[in-house]
Design a protein around this ligand. Structure first.
Ligand code: GTP
Length: 322
């Protein structure tokens, strides 16, 4: 079986980090976002197709140098074709039933169970659904009693939303879906889903966790969720001196903490130095970042090699080379 990952978006909401790193390679607890999708795929998926465009060379390099245990095919779009156009553009690789993912979704979905659901309900496809309090930033579905989707609204106003069940960005499709995607730049959400409801599109709701890692807030929320579930870890190569304290669940690699306070929910990569009097919480410090004396970093992503200056107060920001 084939799995298709949409990985060609510009990731504008994660700039300036995504000027240097395509969103699928942004690390979440030491693993690129795209690996959080690939690694849990069921064994019957032997081939992963990545629909790429923006920064495709970096993605090619990653898959050339990392074995992910499955065949990986990268298919380029000269211009981003949108979520529907990207699926149509890989038609030649798709045979029977396939799984498709928005490339920035990290969740606890049980794909084997979703496949069973799809096979028993039939129809052109199955869309994963997640319950939220405010669905106004998402695609919202209405369903009948048998789980069949009867209406689809993209980003409705909160008071106009027909339910709180949102499109969670993981799908199982039959190849027939391709017949309903026009050529060119096409949005699945706006131009395809509303038009295939009569072909049988079912909603599969799941529980556990779901995070769309398209923004700084959501990546930090995903990190918090995974750290609370997994308990965190500190590398034996971490250098901790001058009473540096680490609180709560964190993932800290081969870094250097000197007289500072780190945690909770912090991910720190190799060769990072956090200096005396500095405080870091709910944040990501990428390889070689430097937090100088007395600086504060909260809710932020600090890019590779970036320096947070002495006494600087960084809150809810993405800082990277610019
Ligand atoms: P923003 O610019 O921050 O909105 O991010 P984005 O460009 O990634 O858009 P969005 O988060 O809405 O995209 C959802 C998923 O679809 C992401 O995994 C994108 O990589 C992917 N995607 C969006 N547009 C395209 C496209 O034109 N081509 C391909 N191949 N993938 C796309």
């Amino acid at each position: 079986m084939k799995a298709l990952i949409l990985a060609g978006g510009l990731g504008t909401r994660l700039r300036p980090l995504t000027y240097y790193l395509p969103k699928p390679l942004v690390p979440l607890l030491g693993k690129p976002l795209v690996r959080h999708i690939i690694d849990p795929l069921p064994a019957e998926v032997d081939t992963v197709i990545l629909a790429v465009s923006y920064m495709k060379d970096a993605l090619e390099e990653y898959f050339r140098t990392h074995d992910v245990g499955r065949k990986v095919i990268l298919v380029n779009e000269d211009q981003p074709l949108g979520t529907g156009g990207a699926i149509k553009n890989v038609s030649r690789y798709l045979d029977g039933t396939f799984i498709a993912f928005n490339g920035d979704v990290v969740c606890s979905i049980d794909l084997k169970d979703m496949l069973r659901f799809h096979r028993s309900h039939g129809g052109i496809g199955t869309m994963s659904l997640w319950q939220v309090e405010d669905p106004s930033a998402f695609g919202v579905v209405g369903r009948d009693g048998r789980g069949r989707i009867t209406a689809f609204q993209e980003k409705p106003r909160k008071e106009e939303a027909i339910s709180r069940a949102i499109n969670a960005g993981v799908y199982i499709f039959e190849r027939e879906i391709l017949d309903h995607i026009p050529d060119g730049v096409v949005s699945m959400e706006r131009q395809v889903f509303p038009n295939v409801l009569d072909r049988g599109l079912h909603g599969y709701e799941f529980k556990g966790y779901w995070v769309d890692c398209g923004t700084r807030e959501s990546i930090i929320a995903a990190q918090r969720t995974l750290l609370d579930l997994g308990g965190g870890k500190v590398s034996p190569e971490l250098i901790q001196e001058d009473d540096a304290t680490v609180v709560g669940a964190n993932l800290i690699m081969r870094a250097h903490l000197r007289g500072c306070r780190v945690g909770p929910h912090v991910y720190i990569e190799d060769d990072v130095l956090v200096s005396r009097g500095a405080e870091v919480s709910e944040s990501i410090l990428l390889r070689g970042a430097l937090v100088e004396e007395g600086a504060k970093v909260r809710g932020s992503i600090i890019g590779p090699g970036h320096v947070v200056a002495k006494g600087q107060d960084v809150k809810d920001e993405i800082l990277a080379r610019s």
